[in-house]
Design a protein around this ligand. Structure first.
Ligand code: MG
Length: 254
């Protein structure tokens, strides 16, 4: 009887811990805003790691000759990445003097540590849908070749890219960014969760609990305002992607 009681108490404790599992921090494009590191630079990744962020997000494009580069926009310093050679892109310097990072260099830095997950956004191609899928296959091949797979989570605005990842990397986790699928639709398509703009979750506040009850990952971008952070934490969101990782870390420590 005593043993049963103890088990009961332990089970209750486990349940209450699960429902209050703490929200975690994803640095959006690395930690750049207050560190002086350029967005999406290896320096910004290192700062996010140093802060102990759960994840550090970054964006991937493909050069004209099929080399993968990390940058937010489709162009850098006037060069459209998809129509520029890797040689030309490798001559680009960021504001801190760092070379425009290739995905290879970025992942090699990211796998030196254990704490921070690498939240890899695959950008759809402006050239064609097929090029977006080709980029996706290249990214997954490189992640696997560098043995980075256990540290990488994939995100994309393109639903076909998300679905392609679930096919070619069945062990990987994939979160959809565009906000137009319900938790049930994601589940039906084998997508592991959402990473939606906070305005979508304000319109559909039940989606957080609904997704969590279906064991989907709940992530939200890009939350920089304290009031929005407080609301999302109170709703039990699992991950908050932010340009203000310092502020959110401090808030979650209280
Ligand atoms: Mg991004």
């Amino acid at each position: 009887m005593k043993r049963l009681l103890t088990l009961g108490i332990l089970a209750q404790l486990a349940l209450s811990t699960a429902s209050f599992a703490q929200t975690k921090v994803v640095a959006h494009r690395g930690a750049w805003k207050h560190t002086g590191a350029p967005e999406n630079s290896i320096a910004a990744l290192k700062e996010a790691i140093k802060m102990g962020c759960e994840g550090s997000e970054f964006d991937v494009h493909m050069s004209a000759d099929s080399v993968l580069f990390v940058n937010h926009d489709a162009d850098i310093q006037g060069l459209p990445i998809e129509r520029t050679s890797a040689k030309q892109l490798s001559a680009v310097k960021l504001s801190n003097g760092e070379t425009l990072p290739t995905l290879e260099a970025y992942l090699k830095e990211g796998i030196k540590q254990k704490k921070t997950r690498l939240v890899l956004e695959i950008k759809p191609s402006a050239v064609s849908k097929e090029r977006g899928i080709a980029l996706t296959r290249k990214v997954v091949a490189m992640v696997n070749a560098l043995k980075a797979a256990p540290k990488v989570d994939y995100i994309s605005f393109d639903y076909d890219i998300c679905k392609e990842i679930t096919k070619i990397a069945p062990k990987a986790t994939v979160q959809y960014l565009n906000g137009d699928k319900t938790p049930d639709e994601l589940l039906a398509d084998g997508i592991h969760g959402f990473d939606y703009h906070y305005s979508i979750l304000k319109k559909n506040p039940s989606w957080i609990k609904e997704a969590k009850s279906k064991k989907l990952i709940t992530n939200v971008w890009t939350v920089n305002d304290e009031k929005d952070m407080d609301w999302l934490i109170s709703e039990g969101i699992s991950l908050i992607t932010t340009n203000e990782p310092e502020l959110l870390i401090q808030k979650l420590r209280k």
